[in-house]
Design a protein around this ligand. Structure first.
Ligand code: URA
Length: 310
């Protein structure tokens, strides 16, 4: 005899959703399955066709209209007017609950586009717009907001984390969740106000389910954070956690080995000066391992001493 499945009660549905969320599934995607292999093949064909040089216009044919020099063709991102920590509102990525059919392949073309956009930005506002219009990173599809950065345009101290979490994705501002609150307390303990510091991440979009960004995703996003460093021109950089130290400082060793040691960050996109940089334990790690706060305190004192020398 085949037993009928009982109808799902409201309580059971709520419990199921809570269980999904516990397991890290907290992004609503689509009801219908998608054939991403077919989409990738179509997208590759489209890119190849686009990369092919255009056939010369026939005599008497239409004249191609090109953007004026210095201008590039880009989609203008929508912007909202919310003010967060003195910055314009983060730009939303549209209806992220129902991603569009576009796909983003983190490939060489996307990397070249990221670098070209980043280098061409003359201000943070321009960089933010160019980042928001960038379609080369798949993380953008599921993220609610592009989490660009927080704090003043020019700051002596710049903190760089890994990637936005759920709270940051909702707010469009880096380090606003529990780890952000701990970070603010850590700064306050050495007499630094969060509002005086530039805060950003190596990756500006929340990876679905809080997974770690892949190396390809980090590489694609790197030009934007490198340009942000150049434009902010901090006197000191702090990399929060191992993924940030790896991406920004090229550190190959684990965070417990490299933390608290002064290094030097050299501009990658534009030749320029070197900036003293230090890696510290990520506040999220400290929330999980409170006994390690003693190490964080040593690093904070080293940071304070460096800032006092400036
Ligand atoms: N963790 C990060 O690395 N960055 C954030 O913005 C929040 C949590």
């Amino acid at each position: 005899m085949i037993e009928e499945t009982p109808p799902l009660t409201r309580d059971a549905a709520v419990a199921l959703l809570a269980w999904y969320r516990e397991a890290g599934i907290d992004s609503l995607l689509l009801d219908q399955p998608r054939d991403r292999f077919a989409e990738t093949a179509t997208e590759n064909a489209r890119r190849k066709a686009k990369a092919r040089p255009a056939a010369p216009a026939a005599a008497g044919g239409r004249t191609e209209v090109r953007p004026e020099s210095g201008q590039r063709e880009r989609s203008a991102p929508p912007s909202t007017n919310r003010q967060a920590f003195g910055e314009p509102s983060p730009a939303t990525n549209g209806d992220s609950a129902f991603p569009s059919t576009r796909i983003a392949i983190p490939d060489d073309a996307a990397l070249a586009d990221a670098r070209e956009r980043a280098v061409s930005a003359a201000s943070l506002a321009e960089l933010r717009e160019l980042l928001h219009g960038f379609e080369g990173c798949n993380l953008k599809i599921t993220a609610k907001h592009t989490v660009f950065g927080d704090g003043p345009d020019k700051a002596d101290l710049m903190l760089i984390g890994e990637a936005p979490g759920r709270d940051e994705d909702m707010a469009g501002v880096p380090f606003v969740g529990r780890s952000g609150q701990l970070l603010n307390r850590m700064l306050a303990a050495i007499g630094i106000e969060r509002e005086s510091v530039r805060v950003t991440n190596t990756v500006p979009w929340r990876p679905p389910g809080n997974r770690a960004p892949t190396p390809a995703e980090t590489r694609i996003c790197l030009p934007f954070v490198q340009r942000q460093i150049e434009l902010v021109a901090p006197k000191v950089i702090v990399c929060l956690g191992s993924p940030s130290a790896k991406a920004i400082l090229g550190s190959a060793e684990g965070i417990l080995r490299i933390r608290g040691k002064w290094q030097s960050y050299s501009f990658d996109l534009e030749p320029g000066g070197a900036i003293p940089a230090i890696a510290m334990l990520h506040p999220a790690y400290l929330l999980r391992q409170p006994a390690q706060k003693k190490l964080a305190w040593q690093d904070l004192l080293a940071l304070k001493a460096k800032m006092d020398q400036l």
